[in-house]
Write a protein that binds this ligand. Structure first.
Ligand code: AHR
Length: 329
């Protein structure tokens, strides 16, 4: 091949490469310039449980699916961090603010600031306590009271089937002053109130953490030993922390002690299938789709529902547990 032909081939090849690069550039430029459907600031509580990680992932996936630009902030279990994040969202002039309040009290000032800035606020997962009107637009989250009711109803059926006459219950509760802690406790207590066999011998704060679940269980076993008939734990993480402590004390969870948990993450479902947990009331972390649809409606000035509760179920030794589908978190 002559030198001229080689040069011509080279120039053609370069031309093709440049054209491809240009086309790629245009394509990505087009994508970059595509306006997001809305800008959503979301303050997540932290990473305390498999549930929480699943919830964050679900919200990220939903944002991508709905073309929503998500400013996600992890508060590492601190209310101060959540308040600071909300103030950053206001300064950034996001279209909508969403957050999962770690506790119920103490939000009035920052939410007044959001209201004055004209930014609608959506509560995700947990509620707040306030006497002020119109600080938030919508709550998307589980009916925690009903979860407590379903846990207690299971226990009453179980006590009937075993013919128990006295039932000593220890309760390992979630973060003090959080909505799931308050309502899971109230729903359970109200439902067993009419049943004279049932006695809550102690309720102790496990903060929704696995390590605290283990500590609480150690203390409860030291204090009450084999007088404990039931552990009612407000989430899977604390339950999974408590089980090895029960086994170390020479007791068999699921047989010597009835174990009732809430959430339904894969690790706990696997233990339910082994028979070491008797009942898990579902609390779904999959709130992303509802969040995106509600935020988009708010941006478009449409009406939204005040409360959106997902449908939830109970997994227990009353069913064929082999039929439970993979949980995805
Ligand atoms: O608010 C929902 C609760 O918070 C879940 O039950 C728990 O696992 C999480 O940390």
């Amino acid at each position: 091949m002559g030198t001229d032909m080689k040069r011509t081939k080279c120039v053609k090849l370069l031309g093709i490469i440049m054209a491809i690069l240009l086309m790629a550039g245009c394509a990505s430029g087009a994508e970059d310039s595509k306006e997001p459907a809305l800008l959503l600031g979301f303050s997540q509580i932290g990473t305390e449980s498999a549930w929480r990680l699943g919830n964050t992932r679900d919200i990220q996936n939903a944002a991508e699916k709905y073309g929503v630009s998500l400013m996600l902030e992890n508060a590492n279990q601190s209310q101060e961090n959540q308040i600071a994040a909300i103030r950053r969202f206001i300064a950034y002039k996001v279209d909508v603010i969403a957050f999962s309040p770690i506790v119920e009290d103490g939000w009035d000032n920052v939410l007044m600031e959001a209201k004055e800035a004209g930014i609608p606020v959506i509560l995700v997962d947990r509620d707040i306590e306030t006497v002020k009107e119109g600080l938030t637009t919508c709550l998307i989250g589980a009916d925690f009271y009903n979860e407590g009711v379903m846990a207690a109803q299971y226990l009453i059926r179980k006590a009937d089937s075993l013919g128990l006459e006295e039932v000593n219950i220890v309760e390992i509760s979630g973060t003090v002053n959080s909505t799931p802690m308050r309502q899971r406790q109230a729903g359970f207590a109200d439902t067993i109130a009419g049943d004279e066999r049932m006695h809550i011998i102690e309720s102790i704060d496990g903060d929704f953490l696995k390590s605290r679940g283990a500590e609480c269980m150690r203390y409860l076993l030291e204090t009450y030993g084999d007088d404990i008939d039931v552990v009612y734990s407000h989430n899977d993480e604390m339950t999974l922390g408590a089980l090895p402590e029960i086994e170390s004390a020479g007791l068999v969870p699921g047989k010597d002690i009835i174990i009732i948990s809430i959430d339904g993450g894969q690790d706990a479902i696997d233990v339910l299938k082994e028979g070491r947990i008797n009942c898990i009331v579902e609390c779904t972390p999959n709130l992303g789709r509802e969040l995106m649809e509600t935020a988009l409606k708010l941006k478009n000035g449409e009406e939204v529902s005040e409360v959106i509760h997902p449908t939830e179920q109970v997994f227990s030794d009353e069913m064929d547990v082999s039929t439970i589908e993979p949980r995805g978190y």
